[in-house]
Design a protein around this ligand. Structure first.
Ligand code: NAD
Ligand code: MG
Length: 386
């Protein structure tokens, strides 16, 4: 049976791997809508190749360019934030949210509010607005299927009927490219070093987050909202080979894990085909060749972003939103060459210390807190700009 699929952030790392799966499985998915931020050529090519009905570009100034690139194709076009939400609202079975950052909040909420099945990769939306998103999903009947490899792994081994039997959720973490570096060595790293992840090939922002371990911090908060077993039942362990994608420990001491080669097409395929399983071109796991799997505790002193995220998760309310917004600003400044790698955790900590936090009850409040945190983080960047 053909299911209709919309991909928000279709030109990115996750979006293009999803489109690869669509192309390999003719007849399984009919693409309804695709979106991108500014890559008109990439969006137009993806829309033509996948037979999409609607293509939306986030930058409103690029509407003319998108119309020109799709002329004669019969594909409808839209531009600007409202068009991204329209893409999410159009009828369809599955919405894959693969936009990076809090920019995914509006379109994700549009899909949640219409009760869609959502394959959620855009973790920042859950971090900044988790309680609002999950409450809206409950009200509309939307189903949230995690794409993030760790959460997808947990989803696969989680006892959804008896969550009270879960003793612990253990997220694995590769440790990133700087796992063995000292703080002094970290001061000198470049954007290129930080994006050169030893295991996964991903977009720039999540690659930097993996290097600071903020990614694992965001994932803790993401897990807290997707699997609400309690803050004290969440844990992180470093596992450089990225073969065990995460684990669930049960009250009897049994630990269930999902393993696989580090290829995002496995969790993307799982979420897009759920509750079915489909073949993927991912390399089969050859444990004899890998030979050794190792584990170690994370070092929160060398990687304070993970501690900051842990603290923000415990503080709840607006703290995770402030953490996320400050991190987005700091990472963008690092990518732009304005600040150093070690300034990222400082900017996040200083922003958390300066922006008043409180409870969050609505999307409007999330948007306002996100704005205030970005303004403060921008001041913090300017104070450190080289
Ligand atoms: P990416 O940078 O490769 O792609 C991002 C996509 O979002 C692009 O299509 C881009 O056009 C769009 N986009 C960017 N800014 C936008 C904006 N302001 N408004 C609208 N659209 C915008 O990112 P990615 O690596 O594919 O990651 C996407 C999301 O998936 C992130 O939240 C990331 O944390 C999560 N994720 C990614 C991976 C991975 O392997 N890449 C793994 C797990 C989770
Ligand atoms: Mg992950």
């Amino acid at each position: 049976m053909t299911r209709t699929l919309t991909i928000l952030g279709a030109t990115g790392s996750v979006g293009s791997q999803a489109l690869d799966l669509v192309a390999r499985n003719p007849g399984r998915w009919q693409v309804e809508a695709l979106t991108a931020n500014s890559d008109v050529a990439g969006l137009a090519a993806a829309a033509r190749a996948s037979g999409a009905r609607f293509a939306a570009i986030g930058d409103a100034a690029l509407h003319g360019a998108l119309q020109a690139a799709l002329s004669g194709s019969g594909i409808e076009t839209g531009a600007g934030p409202a068009a991204l939400c329209e893409a999410a609202q159009r009828p369809g079975d599955i919405v894959l949210t693969a936009i990076v950052g809090a920019a995914g909040l509006g379109p994700t909420m549009a899909a949640v509010n219409r009760g869609a099945t959502i394959a959620i990769a855009n973790k920042e939306t859950l971090v900044c607005a988790g309680p609002v998103v999950t409450a809206a999903a409950k009200a509309s009947g939307a189903v949230l299927l995690p794409v993030d490899s760790e959460h997808n792994a947990v989803f696969q081994v989680f006892d959804h009927d008896r969550p009270d039997r879960v003793a612990k959720i253990i997220l694995t973490c590769s440790g990133g490219p700087f796992r063995t570096r000292s703080r002094a060595e970290l001061a000198e790293v470049t954007v290129k070093d930080a994006c050169n992840h030893p295991v996964w090939s991903m977009g720039a922002k999540i690659s930097i987050d993996s290097a600071t371990l903020m990614n694992k911090g965001l994932e803790l908060i993401e897990a807290h909202h997707l699997f609400p077993v309690g803050l004290d039942r969440l844990d992180v362990i470093i596992h450089p080979q990225s073969v065990v994608h995460s684990m669930v420990e049960y009250v009897d001491g049994s630990v269930l894990a999902q393993l696989g080669s580090p290829d995002m097409r496995i969790p993307i395929a799982y979420a897009m085909a759920w509750p079915d399983r489909i073949a993927t071109p991912a390399t089969r796991l050859d444990l004899a060749q890998i030979a050794n799997l190792s584990f170690e505790a994370p070092d929160l002193a060398r990687f304070p972003c993970l501690q900051l995220a842990w603290d923000a998760m415990r503080a709840e309310g607006s703290a995770p939103c402030i953490l996320n917004a400050a991190n987005e600003v700091a990472v963008a400044a690092f990518i732009a060459g304005q600040v150093g790698f070690l300034d990222i955790d400082t900017i996040v900590a200083e922003t958390l210390a300066r922006v008043a936090s409180g409870p969050v009850g609505s999307i409007e409040e999330v948007v306002e807190i996100d704005r205030a945190a970005r303004a403060e983080a921008t001041v913090q960047v300017e104070m450190r700009t080289r």
